[in-house]
Write a protein that binds this ligand. Structure first.
Ligand code: ADP
Ligand code: MG
Ligand code: ZN
Length: 639
């Protein structure tokens, strides 16, 4: 989801570009306007009638034609009729050729004396006047040259864009690092909501950059490498830019994934270039975003590519080569510290770690406030409740919701963002847009209603499950309907009972279908539920040690780098079978519990399904009276 957020860096660049375009456009318009003025002045007397050139040629070739004289000035023709003293008509040559090129016959060419005189009386005299109208020349030249100039300017601008937009073919060996000097629009810690402890750690770095002398005098080693670690979208990139903004130093940033696309040898040379630029501009910050792309464990997955290894080695060489007073601090960000090559984490390299975490409720509220600031919102917008509903969301997700809310409001033609727009945006970001157009037939609607009612009742009744917040049978994204559970508070740990209740309520959908429509009425509506069950049950067994026979033992997967295809699983086939059996046991138990709950509450199930069919969406307040009658049967109890 983080990728959907328009990056602030990008916005800034576009701004500059659009400024250039705007001023170029302004100049262009002024020139066009000027030319119009000139050409209208040039035409002078408006009494003269404009006639097409073909007409002029036809009349001039006619022995009984009415034209006495044609005066040619550059492209312009002035036509004097027989018996008149002054020109009364005007015309323009078609293209650059002469009048003869355009079909005029020279009837009197070989004649002399009387014959010539007679001829000249019948046919018009052609008089060439020197084109001493400077403005006319300027106009002609401008008309030819301007498009070329415009093209050249446009292309060089395109090239510049392309280079700064990381087009590798154009900025070959050069570092594509973007520089955010102190003069660019600054990001400061104020723009980063929450994450107080990370900010505190980084304040120290800011201080190093601001007054390195203070530390040198005391013989303190200035940190060289700071690693920002945290989930995607938690604001690592934002945080790094804020450090640069706070310290007011140049910020050179490059992304590890850019290295990954490079040709052999280019990555390493780009690292050299990046570091030398940063040293020249010291004190400064080098920021390597997504460093895991180049610095994953060299032995994992059967050895990293040669190119990555060269790039990584070059980074290490450069960092080792720093003097204590170089004034350059290297920051890096990653979502996967566990995947990083250990060589990077040694003292003198990235030895400072700053954890950037997913925001808690009060931080989520702060982040939402940051992103709704400057947007017109109606009084009913309830950010507190949005913060409550978004447990587990990252800063980027929240920024995305704020943006979607504005888009929704604009699409609906609202003047300000309403709470309904915010709710719609939240659900859209979480699951996907409502598909109002998808028509479900009555049978499908009924199955969906029972399916969602099943989730809701099982979730409501089980003691360690979260409260039901909303149920809908309006299709959204890939799903036929949705049941939302509200996490009552942020929790970092879940106990085994809570997880088992999550498994059971996920099974509630399919079990309700089974109970009402029969054992064989298996629909595809539950496939994502079943996937979730499989994934959660697996992680409970192999990561959390929650199996019955495998309690307190974990089995790291291949993706952790703990083993590779070549080394094979670090446990026997027999253990693998045991793991599968434990996973099946968990999902069977969940299905059984869901079924027992629904059997014991069949009347409530029917009632809820009927209400859903009637109203499509039920909120917490409307659900409460229906769910009140539901009870937990003893055979579904765990403790
Ligand atoms: P990461 O680098 O960790 O993947 P980013 O720094 O790119 O995340 O964050 C993406 C966007 O999410 C930011 O540009 C910002 O709009 C928003 N965001 C993330 N965390 C925060 C925060 N703590 N405060 C304000 N905005 C945030
Ligand atoms: Mg990032
Ligand atoms: Zn479901």
């Amino acid at each position: 989801m983080a990728d959907k957020i328009p990056n602030k860096n990008l916005g800034q660049k576009n701004n500059n570009a659009s400024n250039t375009i705007r001023s170029a456009l302004f100049i262009f318009i002024m020139i066009c306007f000027g030319m119009l003025l000139i050409s209208s002045l040039n035409q002078g007397d408006k009494q003269k009638t404009e006639v097409p050139i073909s007409d002029v040629i036809r009349r001039a070739n006619d022995p009984d034609g009415d034209i006495a004289k044609i005066t040619v000035t550059g492209q312009n023709l002035e036509i004097t009729l027989k018996g008149k003293d002054t020109p009364t008509e005007v015309s323009r040559k078609d293209g650059s050729g002469t009048l003869y090129d355009q079909g005029l016959k020279n009837h009197c060419l070989d004649l002399e004396g009387e014959e010539l005189k007679e001829c000249e009386e019948k046919y018009p005299v052609i008089e060439y006047k020197e084109d001493n109208n400077v403005w006319g020349i300027v106009l002609d030249v401008a008309l030819t040259v301007l498009p070329i100039v415009a093209l050249v300017v446009f292309f060089s601008w395109m090239m510049k864009q392309a280079t700064s937009a990381n087009n590798q073919s154009m900025a070959f060996g050069k570092s594509r690092a973007k520089l955010y000097g102190p003069d660019k629009k600054k990001v400061t810690f104020k723009d980063v909501a929450g994450n107080e402890s990370a900010k505190q750690d980084l304040t120290e770095i800011v201080d190093f950059l601001k007054s390195p002398k203070k530390y040198e005098k005391l013989g303190a080693k200035i940190p060289r490498g700071v690693l920002l670690a945290g989930d995607p979208g938690t604001g690592k990139t934002l945080m790094a830019r804020a450090v640069a903004g706070e310290a007011n130093v140049p910020f050179f940033s490059i992304s590890g994934s850019e290295f990954a696309e490079m040709f052999v040898g280019v990555g390493a040379s780009r690292v050299r270039d990046l570091f030398s630029k940063a040293k020249k501009n010291a004190p400064s910050i080098i920021f390597i975003d997504e460093i895991d792309a180049v610095a994953h464990k060299r032995d994992a997955r059967g050895g990293a590519g040669r190119e990555d290894e060269q790039t990584l080695n070059q980074i290490l060489v450069e960092m080792d080569g720093f003097d204590n007073d170089s004034g350059v601090i290297v920051m890096a960000a990653t979502n996967r510290v566990d995947m990083l090559d250990k060589a990077l984490l040694r003292p003198g390299r990235f030895d400072r770690h700053v954890n950037v975490t997913l925001p808690e409720r009060k931080d989520r509220l702060e982040i939402l406030k940051v992103h709704f600031k400057g947007k017109p919102v109606e009084a009913d917008v309830d950010l507190e409740s949005l913060a409550k509903k978004t447990a587990g969301s990252s800063g980027a997700d929240l920024a995305n919701i704020a943006n979607e809310a504005a888009i929704t409001a604009a699409r609906e033609g609202h003047k300000a963002i309403s709470n309904h727009d915010v709710t719609e945006a939240f659900e859209r970001v979480a699951i996907g847009p409502e598909r109002k157009s998808k028509v479900m037939n009555e049978k499908e609607r009924k199955i969906t209603a029972y399916h969602e009612a099943g989730h809701a009742i099982v979730g409501h009744v089980l003691p360690d499950s979260d409260p039901v917040h909303k149920v809908t049978i309006i299709p959204r994204g890939q799903t036929g309907g949705v049941t939302w559970f509200l996490p009552p508070e942020d929790r970092n740990y879940k106990n085994i009972y809570e997880l088992k209740d999550v498994l059971a309520r996920a099974m509630g959908g399919r079990m309700a279908e089974k109970l009402v429509f029969g054992t064989d009425a298996v629909t595809t509506g539950a496939s994502s539920d079943l996937k979730n069950v499989a994934a959660l049950a697996k992680s409970m067994i192999i990561e959390e040690g929650m199996g019955v026979g495998l309690r307190n033992i974990v089995f790291p997967g291949e993706e952790t780098g703990y083993y590779t295809i070549t080394t094979g699983k670090p446990y026997s086939e027999k253990t693998a079978e045991l793991i599968d059996a434990e996973i099946k046991k968990l999902s069977d138990e969940a299905a059984k519990r869901a079924e027992e709950v629904l059997k014991a509450n069949k009347t409530t199930l029917d009632k809820l399904a009927a209400e859903l069919l009637a109203h499509e969406t039920l909120e917490e307040a409307e659900l409460a009276p229906i769910l009140k009658s539901a009870k937990l049967p003893t055979n579904a109890k765990l403790h």
